[in-house]
Every structure is written in structure tokens, then in C-alpha cells.
Design a protein around this ligand. Structure first.
Ligand code: ATP
Length: 513
């Protein structure tokens, strides 16, 4: 049963479906591409992730407040934000396989392959020479220098082509890098075309007065246009932040890798408004804070790394990703961007309304600069699910699949299981359930052998099982089984709440940050 890297994602996808975490959308109609539904366990896990983020932002920071803005917004907002003109991805088709790709991703993959070649040269040399000096080798080895030159050139050309929307240059780059289609193996590419990722619809009851509006491609703009509302009504002083969780929609060219890239997804974004000139300090601050927030989950610090952006978006003066080691490799989980005053300034221009802050300490008005943290809720979900999913061979030779979810995020905190369906055990178990259910999400089950029931709870990540047996009726003690170690303790019913509370509370997680 042990999963190779290749089929790990497949196993996770089928586990997520089998145990009520994630279903393909509209499944009885054969699904809808890159859209997914969260099932009974998925919805709980997702809500817990949201709570972890929301509480961190709005409770642990006294200068951050949360809002919930509408998905539909005035269409001019998307003109001002640059999305109407520039929220494009370049797409290209392979004429033989008829498959469509993002041209910039093909180029980035080709660059990554060159980097792999350098890494291999370094690895080989490191094995060959004692006292190997990597820096010296990289700066003098002819083959490495040639690869590096190609990488630098390709990066510069990619940046130019993207910034100037020069799709011919992009096609030429694909040709020069000798990119082949992984499916057909040919280099038979169409021209590269720009494709706008926003979904549009019409608002209004009759065709003549209907207005074209967009489904928001990011939640951030709902924060920008409410910046003064929140600042004034909340008497907020700079620096301060506004947080929001909500749906976003992107008509992705290639949507794949399960919930990693969806067409309807959720974002958790925070815009932090600062005095101009102070943005780099806050950018560094949030970079570090956000990484700590991820690491506090205990999924392995090595699974996270920073990736600084070389090609900056039109609105940014610094940007990086926090990448996670997904089953398909290290990929973006969260973006941290220093967005300058681009958005507020542009909304001032398009709306004709002043969006300035009066700084009473300096006695001056200014448009604040913004540092943004933006994490996809669904990508968070996938990162947690994939790190938690483990296939184990036990000492007795049997297999178990366990989700080692951070206890505070698990859909159910405790399962209450009467050993048998008779002798008053279910009644006693219900009594315990009624005692615990106000504090924890509990699960009750009396069908099947206890071992089977334990495995089902392991598979959905329940940190504790409480088993009620005949001894319980005599001395009010139960068996408490721990998911990760499978260890069993005999404890008094009275103690249960305290024992469980300590390890499953969000507070325990938040205190680690
Ligand atoms: P990518 O480069 O992967 O397309 P992006 O840089 O366009 O992502 P941002 O615009 O910075 O992404 O969005 C912030 C976060 O929203 C991302 O870090 C990611 O977690 C999430 N996100 C973006 N697009 C999607 C999507 N199509 N499906 C799921 N999550 C997404």
C-alpha cells in the first residue's frame, strides 16, 4: 500500500472522497472542471483553518480588524485595479496533443530544468572532490556557467515579454528553449495569446440596462474600497490592517492538481496599511510572522520555504511566496506583497474620491502604502491534508491510514464509542457525549468491532477515542485512545474534558506563534 511520490496525490484524492472531505462538483453530471465541493469532514476542517487564520489576524493583533465584502463590485473597480487590462495569462496550444498550457509556466519549467542540470553537476563534483567548495565550483565550471547564462537570459526575456505583453517574444522564447510538449513530445506550438482570467456576468433585469460585472478574482479590492469606511468608523491609526476571508474566481487556463488550482476558490487576505517609506520594514515583519503561523501547525518546518519574486507584478515593489512541499513538489501556498500605494491611488483617480489618511502625529495627509498577505484556503487545506496523510504498516502486519491532522483543526475532536450495543453501554456513552458536546465536536458510533471503528476515526484524523465498557458502569472510568500513538489510558470521565481541552484548543496552537 505504500505510496510512491507519483501516486501519493492520487491516494490523497481518493481518501478525501471516501471519507467525506472533498467531492468533485456536480459529480452525478460527470463533474465540472476544477470545481470541488467540501463534504461533511472537509467543511469542518476548512472552517477550523479559517478560524485559525481569523483569530490569529484579528485577535492576536489589536490593530487588525476583519470585514466581509460582497463578491459583486462596481465594474470600474476592476479597471482601476488593472485586472481588466492586465489580469491575463499567456496561453499556447500544442498542435499535436491539442493540449493547452500557460506559456510562462512552460518557460519557467524549462528554466527549472536548467537549474536541475546545475544542481546535478554540483552534486557530482561534491562526490568527487574532498573539501568541495560549492561557490568556487559554480563560479568557475564552464558547463555550469553556460547553464547559468542561459537561465539569466531566459529570465530576463521572460520578464520583458510579460511586462510588455509581447506574445511574439514569448513564443520565440519557447522555441529557443526548445520546449517540448510532455504529452506529444513535439515542439509544434500555436502562437501565444493573452487570456483574461476574470469571469463576467450581467447585472440588471432587462438586456438594455444590464451592466457587465465581474466575479471578483481576489478579495483584496473589497478591502481597498472600504479602507476609509473602516479607518473612520473604527478610529484606526496607521499602521493597521484589514482582514477578509472569501470566495474568488479565476478562469484558469490549466486547472489541475486537485484543489491546488481551482476556478472557484477561497482566499484569506490581509492588507496592512503603513506610512510610505515604512513598507519594507513591515514586509519583512509579515514575511516572518506568516511563516511562523504556518510552522506552528507542526507539519515539519522543512516543508516550507520562501521564494522571492524576480518578476514583480505591476503593483508591487517587493514580493515573495511561502512555498509548501506539496505531493507534486514545492509550490506557492501564500503570497506576501508590498503593493505600494498603487491600488488606493488608482481608486482615487477612477472614483474621484479622496482615499487619504490624516496622520495627526505628522500633521499631514497621505495615501498609505500596503503590505498584503494572501493565502489560498484551499491550498492551505491541501497542504495540511497531504502532510497529515500517512500510510502505515503496523507491528502486527496490518495497514492503517491515519490523518495526523493538527488536533485543533481536526473535524472531530473525540469519538465516543460504546464497546457493545447492550448492557446500558450506549446509554452511558450518550451521557458522556452530552457532557462533552458543548466544548468539543464529538462523534458517536456504536456499529462494528471497536478496532474497525478506531481505524475509521484514524482515517478522518480524530485525535481521541473514548471507549465505554462494563468497567465504566462500575467505576466511571473509560479508555482514552490516542490517534498518533494508538496508546490507551484508563481515565476518569471527570478528567476527560481537561485532558482533551489542553491539546485540541486553537489557543494552544496560537500560543506557539
Ligand atoms: P499562481 O501563481 O499559483 O497562479 P498567484 O500568484 O496568481 O498564484 P495570488 O494572486 O498571489 O496567486 O493569490 C494569492 C493566493 O491565492 C495564492 O498564494 C494561492 O494560495 C491562492 N490561489 C490563487 N489562485 C488560486 C487558484 N486558482 N486555486 C486555488 N488557490 C488559488
Amino acid at each position: 500500500m505504500a505510496a510512491t511520490e507519483d501516486n501519493l496525490l492520487k491516494n490523497i484524492i481518493s481518501h478525501a472522497k471516501e471519507y467525506g472531505f472533498i467531492f468533485p462538483s456536480s459529480e452525478i453530471y460527470d463533474g465540472l472542471s476544477a470545481v470541488y465541493d467540501y463534504g461533511q469532514n472537509g467543511a469542518e476542517l476548512k472552517n477550523n483553518i479559517k478560524e485559525y487564520w481569523w483569530k490569529f489576524m484579528t485577535m492576536l493583533n489589536d490593530n487588525i480588524v476583519g470585514i466581509d465584502s460582497a463578491i459583486f463590485m462596481h465594474p470600474t473597480i476592476w479597471k482601476a485595479s488593472g485586472h481588466v487590462d492586465a489580469f491575463n495569462d499567456p496561453m499556447v496550444d500544442n498542435k499535436d496533443s491539442k493540449k493547452r498550457y500557460r506559456a510562462d509556466v512552460l518557460v519557467e519549467d524549462a528554466i527549472a530544468k536548467l537549474q536541475d542540470k546545475i544542481d546535478k553537476e554540483v552534486e557530482k563534483a561534491a562526490k568527487r572532490f574532498e573539501n568541495f567548495d560549492k561557490a568556487m565550483f559554480v563560479s568557475t565550471n564552464a558547463r555550469v556557467l553556460e547553464y547559468q547564462k542561459k537561465i539569466d537570459e531566459a529570465n530576463a526575456r521572460l520578464k520583458d515579454a510579460m511586462n510588455s505583453s509581447n506574445m511574439e517574444a514569448m513564443k520565440q522564447l519557447i522555441i529557443d528553449l526548445e520546449v517540448t510538449d510532455p504529452i506529444s513530445g513535439t515542439k509544434n506550438w500555436t502562437d501565444v495569446r493573452q487570456f483574461n482570467l476574470m469571469f463576467s456576468t450581467e447585472m440588471g433585469s432587462v438586456a438594455e440596462d444590464a451592466n457587465k460585472i465581474y466575479l471578483r478574482p481576489e478579495t483584496a479590492q473589497g478591502i481597498f474600497v472600504n479602507f476609509l469606511n473602516v479607518q473612520k468608523t473604527g478610529r484606526m491609526k496607521i499602521p493597521f490592517g484589514i482582514a477578509q476571508i472569501g470566495k474568488a474566481f479565476r478562469n484558469e487556463i490549466v486547472a489541475r492538481q486537485f484543489i491546488f488550482r481551482m476556478r472557484e476558490f477561497e482566499q484569506m487576505e490581509m492588507q496592512f496599511f503603513v506610512k510610505p517609506g515604512k513598507e519594507m520594514k513591515w514586509y519583512e515583519f509579515w514575511k516572518e510572522k506568516r511563516l511562523k503561523w504556518h510552522q506552528a501547525l507542526g507539519l515539519g518546518n522543512n516543508n516550507y520555504r520562501y521564494h522571492d519574486h524576480l518578476n514583480l507584478a505591476h503593483y508591487a515593489n517587493a514580493a515573495c511566496d511561502i512555498q509548501f512541499n506539496f505531493p507534486m513538489g514545492f509550490k506557492e501556498l501564500e503570497g506576501i506583497h508590498s503593493r505600494t500605494d498603487f491600488d488606493l491611488k488608482s481608486h482615487e483617480k477612477y472614483s474621484g474620491k479622496k482615499l487619504q489618511y490624516f496622520d495627526s502625529e505628522d500633521n499631514q495627509n497621505y495615501i498609505p502604502y500596503v503590505v498584503e498577505t494572501s493565502v489560498g484556503l484551499d491550498r492551505m487545506f491541501l497542504s495540511i491534508l497531504s502532510a497529515a496523510y500517512q500510510e502505515e504498516k503496523l507491528e502486527d502486519g496490518s495497514d492503517r491510514v491515519v490523518l495526523r491532522l493538527p488536533a485543533a483543526l481536526a473535524p472531530n475532536k473525540v469519538a465516543i464509542l460504546p464497546l457493545m450495543k447492550k448492557d446500558g453501554l450506549p446509554e452511558k456513552a450518550m451521557e458522556i457525549l452530552n457532557h462533552l458536546k458543548f466544548d468539543f465536536r464529538c462523534f458517536y458510533e456504536e456499529k462494528d468491532a471497536i478496532g474497525k471503528r478506531y481505524r475509521r476515526q484514524d482515517a478522518i484524523g480524530t485525535p481521541y477515542c473514548v471507549t465505554v465498557d462494563h468497567q465504566t458502569l462500575e467505576d466511571n472510568t473509560v479508555t482514552l485512545r490516542h490517534r498518533d500513538t494508538m496508546k490507551q489510558d484508563r481515565v476518569e470521565i471527570e478528567q476527560l474534558k481537561n485532558i482533551i481541552q489542553d491539546s485540541v484548543s486553537l489557543a494552544s496552537l496560537l500560543k506557539k506563534i
